[in-house]
Every structure is written in structure tokens, then in C-alpha cells.
Design a protein around this ligand. Sequence first.
Ligand code: AMP
Length: 401
Amino acid sequence: MDDYALVLNAGSSSLKFCVFQRPRGEGWRLAARGQIEGIGSSPQLSVKDPDGQCLTKQKLDATVRNGRDALDALAAWLRFKYGGSRVVGVGHRVVHGGSRFKGPTVITPQVLAELYELVPLAPLHQPYNLAAIEAASERLPGVPQVACFDTSFHRGQSAVAELIPLPRELRELGLQRYGFHGLSYEYIASVLPEVAPSIANERVIVAHLGSGASLCALKDRKSVDSTLGFTALDGLCMGTRPGALDPGVVLHLFQGLKFSAKEVETLLYKKSGLIGISGISNDMRDLLGRREPEARLAVDYFVYCAAKEIGALAAVLGGVDGIVFTAGIGENSPEIRERICEACAWLGVEIDDAANDSGGPKISTEGSKISVWVVPTNEELMIARHTGALLGLAKAAQERT
Ligand code: AMP
């Protein structure tokens, strides 16, 4: 009977997963990765093998309305595919670990209760992450579940980088800058020596540009600062979130425009950023294909913010040796990379157009003062590594994905 370990990354309308398998007497290897998308609308399961070959692509029953249903659908597929195997551990992405969780943690009822307290700080992600933990624990009683946090990698930043300049009694309640996308940055930091050895231990700015977007300043592969702060609303313009915003705007929404707290939350998490500016789409690929001035303005603002914040982190680092693009937009859009790099020409960045068009990994010219790279992220592999290490599943996730 083979063992297998699961990695789950549960969102509001999708459940991403990886299956690691350990055939009898052998080491761990990635067996499959996939997702259930369109939960609550038109759910669909798609799974690929490690070489990217389709294992299944199927429409699911419209009764798959929430994360629990999605997990049931995944369990049914796992039984069909790996019947007779046994799950020995589950690793979960959890967006917010607050100040208490500085590293991956085995989940107990007490840990879960503490993580629920952080829901207001990450309403777009945390409830879905925790629902998946609960659902998996119910379905797999006795199987250890591990939480891996997007905030942990940033712990260890300096006191000033973490500071929110409010009175101490408020800061003692946990008001500090946490930073997010840490699993992505940790993965990138882990592969830099192999992919980009010339900058691995230097001053690097990683641009995680996806539906959520942020930058992280790395020195010696450790997080020095990042653009996301107390919540995942700060910093860069995102698909549905505004990025950095004058707090006076929020006051005005409450006091002048009489918004309720719920309305402000919905506005900031779901209706701002690219979708708010354009009124067309939160999806960069869509916007790049449109001619409407609002679509262009949204893209222009996205590029403007990214370039501006690269300048800010360059100041924090006292100079930059490398820039790395990752996540959906960073990995797949030569146009956005080119535009951001053009705006960083003052730093000495010079892009090689052919290399940029073909996706790198190195996309700067030989003469560029700062080398620029495209490195695909792999948050699920990072979760698998942590889960394997914590549960003693030796070499659980050192295999290629
Ligand atoms: P992620 O959240 O990392 O999955 O990234 C999602 C974002 O990546 C969406 O805004 C997509 O439109 C964007 N994206 C994916 N592929 C491309 C592409 N080829 N060109 C531009 N944007 C892309």
C-alpha cells in the first residue's frame, strides 16, 4: 500500500492541490498537481502529472458549492486514482500567521482557534484556508495537518521595517507589518543559488505579480522588507485590491460617504485595483488585450506602482543587484516586465528583448548593471517541504515538480 501526502491551497472559488506519493520502498515523488476552479459557479476539476500531461479535466456537479464539497470531489478522484493508498499528512497554505506563528505548525484545536482570530486580518483568504483544514481533519481523523504561513518568511525583519507608527498599546495588540506571499518568496530564495547564482546572496528585489501582488527585498536570501503590511491590502495595485491608500480615504468613506464596515471591506478587497480602475476586469491578460482607455489606465497604474516601490526597496537595500519576476503576471507577461524594467532604467536596468520574450530565466543584457530574472514560483512545493520536514516524511518534497 503506497503512502501519499497532500498539499492544499484553498481559496474562495478554487482549491489547488498537489499529491505526493511514496511507493513501497521508494522515496517521495510528485504524482499530480491540479485544481478545482469555479467553486459555487461552474466547478471543474483539472489534474496534471509532473510532466504537465493532463490526467483529467472534468466538469463537476453544480452541487460543488463550497470548499467542503470541493474536498469531497477531490477525495472521490483520489480514491479512484490511488485507491488503496493512505494519506500520511496534509500541508495547508494559511495566509496569516499573526505574530505568534513564526514557522510551519502542526494543527491542534488550540492552533486552529488562534488562527480563526486572524480572519478579520485576511478576510479574502483565511476563512477558506481554515475551512479546508477543518474539512480535511474531519475526513482524515488522526492524519496530521500542517499549517504553512505566508507571513512566516518575513519574521526576522528589523524593528523599523515591522513598525506601524501608532501608540504602543495598539502595537501590543498585534498592529505591525507582517508581509505576505512568504511561501513564494521563500521558494524563490531557495532556488536562487541554482538559477541565479551571481545574485543569490546579494541585494535582490523579488516581484510576485499575480492576482495578489507584492515586492520583497532580499539580502542574503532573507526578507528585509516587503510591500504588504498588516493585511494583504498594502503596497502594489492588485487585481481587486487598491494597494497603498491614504488612510484619510477610508475615514472619508466612513464619515463622509457613510459606508458601513462591511461595504468598506468589500470595496477594498474585491472592487478596487485593476477591476476598480478599469471597470472591465481584474485579470491582467484581459486588460492587456483591451483598447479602452480605462483598461490602459489600470495597466499604467499597475506598472507605475511596481516601479515606484522598486525604487523604495532599492533605497531600503542601499542598492540592488538583481530583480526577479514571478507569479502569473511576472512569469507570463513580457510586456509588463518590459514596462517595469524601462521605468527602472535609472537604476541601470537594461532588458534583452529576445530573452524577455522567451521568458528567461535571465532577461537582462550582459551590460545591465542589475541582472533581471524570471523564476517560476512554487508555493505548493514549499508547503510540501515544510510538511515533510515537520512530520518527518523524509525527502517528502525534494522531488521535482
Ligand atoms: P496568479 O494569481 O499568480 O495565478 O496570477 C494571475 C494573474 O496572472 C492574472 O491577472 C492573469 O491575467 C495573469 N496572467 C496569466 N498569464 C498571463 C499572460 N500571459 N499575460 C498577462 N497576464 C497573465
